[in-house]
Design a protein around this ligand. Sequence first.
Ligand SMILES: Cc1ncc(COP(=O)(O)O)c(C=O)c1O
Length: 382
Amino acid sequence: MVQPIYLDYNGTTPHDKEVVDAMQPFLDKEFGNPSSSHWYGIIPKKAVENARRQVAGMLGCDQQEIVFTSGGTESNNHAIMGIARSYRKKGNHIITSRIEHPAVLEVCRFLESFGFETSYLPVDENGLVSVPDVEKTIRPETILITIMHANNEVGTIQPVEQIAELARERGVVMHTDAAQSIGKIAADVNRLGVDLLSIAGHKVYAPKGVGALYIRQTVKPEKFCHGAGQEMGLRAGTENVLEIVGLGKACEIAARDLIKNMEHMKMLRDRLHDWLISELGQIKLNGHPDKRLPNTLSVSFKGLAVDRILEEIGLEVAASAGAACHSDTVEVSHVLRAMGVPLEWAKGTLRFSVGRMTTVDQIDKAAYVVTSAVKKLNRASR
Ligand SMILES: Cc1ncc(COP(=O)(O)O)c(C=O)c1O
């Protein structure tokens, strides 16, 4: 069977061959516990520390500032809850945006049941948070600002540097969820000026179930997981050596090949976009025209329901929906809602996300399949 063309790299990524090769010894023979003081612990311990160096190298930080986790969700939970708990005496106010991933929004909502208050900042029609809005929202009780680096649905890149500068001036801790930006744009923690940054392995060609949290040395979140002293005493539990090795390698590759991959992805994304415009004319691009991940293309087709489009293309192209259509209702994603995308457009929204393995041939085939499907559905709806 011919598999559909995969255009959902923001959903997850395939494993990079170099990542698989780096992990292989830890599947085969290197089963030791990195905490063991005997011979079997030596190589796993070195491998975990090497991976920490690789992640730190990509982010431009000290290796002691990297804590391995089970992924983006866990990193976000630890960052937000860890800061909320340890800065509780200073204040109870958190600032975030309306377009964060649920792995941030739900943590803030959870904390509200413990007396924390959250300000959910609006975004403009391109999905951008306004820096003056952040400034106006900071109060004496504000302890944390958590604004994502880039959005998973529309790809808009937030002005994290300016927000982090404000945070620093006002003595507020700054976290960013960089699960989608790693490997797609540069993410140097010192250039960004953030105190905490979350990454997810499976968005960067490493396995699912592994991630990392950068924690600036000057910031002290509460311990995440109580037990033995692994991960600088913050996250107890025997390390997931196999996947940590994979994440380390993936980050080394992401940094090494960043420019090449950015150019490749942008060329393919724009080729698909140009094709759709030239064949279909009226389509709406969601997300910022320039400040956008080089791989992400969220487009809306007016008057069409996205599940009908997916039914038409599903055997040939794998993309993701921006809305869920039920028999008589349409549930538009919280991101498109926050951006004010009108319902007749929003309900026909598809997100295409290309990756480093995507080819020109795949894009041309996918463009043909999508334009044929949309033309057919448009004819049927007339
Ligand atoms: C922006 C963002 N944050 C967090 C996550 C969650 O990461 P994980 O799946 O590793 O828990 C995702 C995954 O889709 C994401 O896109």
